[in-house]
Write a protein that binds this ligand. Structure first.
Ligand SMILES: Cc1ncc(COP(=O)(O)O)c(C=O)c1O
Length: 370
């Protein structure tokens, strides 16, 4: 049996009758940049979060960069973030002119709040927790630290569309929540896309200004900015898909619980831990195992695709050699990088496929005793 890592075709086929006319409308109107499709999506996205503003942009990386620029983060500043994420989270700190300061992870793969305060200096301006894999970071603790030290809280929600923490949606706890609509994301476009949500009027104005060449009025530039736009075709696709996201997230969550159930009792495999009082939207389903590479190779031979998110903790990447970190600076993230394995996860995954993945894992450990 073949189990791909994600199956975008299956999703497109399921909603083709809605997507095709939406795309055709944009083509018929030749309204490719800005206008009612982009505004319509921004409005719908903000409404679904219950926030005042959604500023769309070209991708999730830009969403973080624009946010930091709009907050006035720049040279001489430091921004605290987490050791295990995609590099977009930290490279945008550098792009803004500031220094990324990394914190090790907790047992849920999120920034460990107990370690944040030791990293705060007079230069610290913001903290960026990442709701990695689709589960909320420890927001009460992170927010309390940000409030106590008057730091901006920016949530990287690239993987956590509509996940919740104590009943409240991630992205609504800090000054801004940033989103990626990369095709494989829970809410994915048919190309690149991103967005920032906020309830702060002045922040949202600055973010929109910076994303559009520093201009609120055509050819009048208040500041220098960038050109970062969500195009109308992507906005039209996203608007259609937004109506399905709750069902898709529920399906992901229930697939994850099924994996958990099937893998329960297998001592060699640690399934993802669920943070109490959260709704995990399982962008990725990540297990931990000591024999990760052998297991991945075996699963491949069984037709099961897997991934590693991420093979190296950020501060230990060549890009951050200049910070001179040691693995012992980030013991949990370092231990994880050799153990984590992402199993196939997408809403259209069938029960049969999930059983095949779990059975294959069991077969691996049955045949290869530790
Ligand atoms: C945690 C995280 N932050 C930011 C990004 C950047 O998003 P994009 O690829 O849309 O630029 C990603 C994308 O993979 C991500 O996973």
């Amino acid at each position: 049996m073949n189990v791909p890592f994600v199956d975008l075709k299956a999703q497109y086929q399921a909603i083709k009758s809605e997507i095709d006319p939406a795309i055709q409308t944009v083509l018929d109107e030749t309204a490719f940049v800005g206008g009612k499709h982009v505004e319509g999506f921004e409005k719908a996205f903000a409404e679904k979060f219950g926030v005042k503003h959604c500023v769309s942009c070209a991708n999730g990386t830009d969403a973080i960069y624009i946010t930091l620029k709009a907050l006035g983060v720049g040279p001489g500043d430091e921004v605290i973030t987490v050791a295990n994420s995609f590099i977009a989270t930290s490279e945008t700190i550098t792009q803004a002119g500031a220094k990324p300061v990394f914190v090790d992870i907790d047992e849920y793969f999120h920034i460990d709040p107990a370690l944040i305060e030791a990293k705060i200096t007079r230069k610290t301006k913001a903290v960026i927790p990442v709701h990695l894999f689709g589960q909320a970071a420890d927001l009460d603790a992170v927010k309390a630290i940000c409030d106590r030290h008057k730091l901006h809280l920016v949530e990287d929600c690239a993987q956590s569309h509509f996940s919740t923490y104590k009943g409240r949606k991630t992205g609504t706890f800090g000054v801004a929540g940033t989103f990626s609509f990369y095709p494989g994301k829970n809410l994915g476009a048919y190309g690149d896309g991103g967005a920032i949500i906020s309830d702060d009027d002045e922040f949202a104005r600055q973010a929109r200004l910076f994303a559009c060449h520093g201009s609120a009025q055509k050819y009048v530039h208040e500041i220098e900015g960038v050109n970062s736009r969500l195009d109308s075709l992507q906005a039209a696709v996203l608007k259609v898909k937004l109506a399905h996201i709750d069902d898709w997230n529920k399906a992901r969550n229930s697939h994850a619980l099924k994996y958990n159930e099937l893998l329960d009792g297998l001592p060699q495999v640690k399934p993802p831990k669920l943070r109490p009082d959260t709704f995990h939207v399982f962008h990725l389903y990540v297990i931990r195992t000591e024999r990760r590479d052998d297991l991945a190779a075996f699963l491949k031979s069984k037709g099961v695709a897997t991934g590693i998110h991420y093979p190296y903790a950020l501060p230990l990447m060549p890009a951050y050699r200049y910070l001179r970190h040691q693995p012992s600076d980030f013991p949990v993230a370092y231990a994880c990088q050799g153990q984590i394995l992402s199993l196939p996860m997408y809403p259209e995954l069938s029960d049969g496929q999930i059983v095949h993945v779990a059975d294959s894992i069991k077969e691996f450990y049955r045949n290869k005793k530790p």
